[in-house]
Design a protein around this ligand. Sequence first.
Ligand code: PXP
Length: 240
Amino acid sequence: MIPQRLYVNIDHVATVRQARRTDEPDPLEAARLAEAAGADGITVHLREDRRHIQDADVERLAPAVRVLNLELATSPDVLAIACRLRPYQATIVPERREEVTTEGGLDLSRPAPRLRETIRRLEEAGARVSLFIDPEPATLDAAKDLGVPAVELHTGRYAHGRRRSEAPLDELRRAARHAADMGLAVHAGHGLTYRNVVPVASIAEIEELNIGHSIVSRALTVGMRAAVEEMLHLVRDARR
Ligand code: PXP
């Protein structure tokens, strides 16, 4: 089985800071603690509306963390920052201003010159590009056609679905196999928690999980190090 990486999304450390527009808590300090606990990477989403992570955060994180996964939409100013800072990985996501979080995957059903250009420029800057998409066969095929090395499967339908239904998990399993069969690296994330992560972590083809809100929430009570360690135990045990 492919070893699985845990990337910790620290956006909501910045959410707490932005609630008062002050300088604490510090996302860089949180990133260092997550790395010290064994996180394989740090993920941040520089949103067009800058509601949590700010440009200055990405400037400080990029040279300081071992592996940075920068989530971004196709907005030109954020793309320019990404190309200058050259993160290890860039995950392209859709963005709608009114959404609470990234509520669906990219729409790949229409020709997308702007998306192609974003991919080209990120690859030129040396980033490994991943596309955040819903776990649907046609969308996976379209992602493959765009020539990216990786996709991140949106786990929202599984995470927010009715507990007794196996359908969303089966959909993820099928999508992960389909993507891997086409040679795509498979990542997953959105809405994963300590309670629901194990079945997703058990999917053999998924090599990277991106988890944010649940880990940052847990960190408020047990601290960032312990919160990351607890999640790592669940994820690693699921692979045994
Ligand atoms: N992956 C992507 C592409 C996301 O946009 C998000 C949310 O920012 C996550 C993973 C993490 O989701 P959550 O905070 O629900 O763990």
